[in-house]
Design a binder for this molecule. Structure first.
Ligand code: FMN
Length: 408
């Protein structure tokens, strides 16, 4: 990601102790950060920490000739490409909503033309107070973006909404706001993870897909401005910022969800590892070992009959009435990667096939990296080297955008 110039405004709530962590996460994401603090914030976090981590002087006072001489408040307001208020106290939100400019941070907020993201953090009753609700409504109506707050145990001992969003979640939300808008207006469906096919009440047939590739694709599509629906088989991954997620378990559930979501989608990325077969006769109760033992067949094998699952990708490619919907298939192969991928592309009829070699130990299932081949129906093959899955997601979407552009 190309870094932006972020002005971090820290106001005086208990969550200000997370500001250094947030600042580091912003720097890690490649942003340049300058920081201003309210007077109250200085009671919760030392300016020297934020100054050291940002590499720039941290300002608080408005009417201070020496500080104003170094970097003027208007200069700060103009410098920022994006303003982030985190944590945003109830009081600071009230001042923003009313256009007050009674300290340095609120004056900068009034003077800037940069977009603003706020991360509120406060006691539950303060958050639910009609005054705070009204202030949020006013700010949203003016285009201020809000991230969080999260629910959970609050520092004041209450339980409920009021916790500042985690620094990584704030940085991810910011990435959505700062991302390119090349997929704005598009509806993208992404499937991810490995389906689980029940065998009995406790056992399932599954596969080793972690869902990381699909989640990276969903995050990247959202970052590019698309409305993204992520249809996810069980994973332990958090939902990417700006993505609407629907959880499914079996191939049949995945099929129903995909067909419903794909109806008005312009791009479908079928990244999930959908089981080709499912147990033909799943048992509602647990299959007991003793039952076999009692038949004096201690070593008797348990035969499981499998039946074929529907081929969702092929169905989707067949059913599209026009060529408007762009369908990307994914293939995981353990041998003869290119030949198998070519056959799959021809059989399914998708617009692009992403093939990966699951026999590699450093890539593929459950790994953070992957190396893939991109195959197009006209016979083109592009080999992408071993890359982190988020980078790969961007490269795949670049290709999708290019092919759709050429088609248009
Ligand atoms: C220990 C302590 C914790 C506080 N935590 C919060 C908080 O999480 N959120 C909030 O809105 N106000 C909180 N306050 C109240 C603010 O500090 C107070 O409203 C202050 O005027 C905010 O100033 P500022 O918005 O200029 O930073 C807290 C106060 C104290 C004493």
């Amino acid at each position: 990601m190309n870094g932006s110039r972020i002005l971090l405004v820290v106001s005086g709530g208990i969550a200000a102790y997370k500001a250094p962590e947030l600042l580091r996460a912003l720097r890690r994401a490649g942003h340049s950060v300058r920081c201003v603090m309210t007077e109250a914030a200085r009671a919760f976090v030392a300016p020297l920490v934020l100054q050291t981590l940002s590499g720039s002087p941290v300002r608080s006072a408005l009417l201070d000739t020496s500080e104003e001489g170094q970097i003027g408040h208007i200069e700060l307001a103009e410098w920022a490409e994006q303003v982030l208020v985190a944590p945003a106290t109830a009081s600071f939100l009230a001042r923003m909503a009313n256009g007050l400019a009674d300290d340095l941070p609120s004056t900068v907020l009034l003077a800037t033309r940069a977009p603003v993201l706020v991360a509120p953090a406060m006691n539950l009753n303060m958050w639910e107070h009609p005054a705070t609700r009204a202030n949020l409504t006013t700010l949203r109506a003016r285009g201020v973006e809000v991230v969080g707050p999260d629910e959970g145990e609050l520092a004041c001992g209450f339980e409920g909404p009021g916790r500042m969003s985690a620094p990584e979640a704030i940085v991810a939300h910011l990435a959505l706001l700062l991302g390119p808008s090349s997929l704005a207006g598009e509806r993208v469906v992404v499937t991810a993870g490995g389906t689980r096919e029940p065998l009995d009440a406790v056992r399932v047939l599954g596969n080793r897909s972690s869902g990381k590739m699909g989640y990276a694709l969903a995050a990247e599509a959202a970052r590019r401005g698309a409305t993204v629906r992520l249809i996810s088989a069980p994973t332990s991954l958090p939902t990417p910022a700006g993505v609407e997620r629907e959880d499914v378990e079996t191939a049949l559930e995945m099929r129903a969800a995909v067909h419903a979501a794909a109806a008005d989608a312009s791009i479908v990325l079928m990244c999930a590892a959908v089981a080709d077969f499912r147990p033909a006769n799943p048992v509602a109760r647990k299959i007991k070992k003793e039952k076999l033992d009692s038949q004096d067949e201690l070593d008797a094998p348990l035969d499981i009959t499998l039946q074929r699952n529907p081929d969702i990708l092929a169905e989707l490619c067949r059913e599209r009435s026009s060529s408007a919907r762009f369908v990307v298939g994914f293939a995981a192969e353990s041998h003869d990667l290119l030949a198998a991928a070519r056959r799959k592309l021809a059989r399914k009829g998708c617009d692009l096939l992403v093939a990966n070699d699951i026999s590699r130990r450093d890539a593929g299932f459950d790994s953070d990296d992957n190396a893939v081949l991109l195959l197009t129906p006209d016979g083109e093959v592009d080999a992408l080297p071993l890359l982190p899955k988020p980078v790969l997601a961007a490269r795949i979407l670049d290709r999708v955008e290019k092919m759709r552009g050429a088609r248009a």
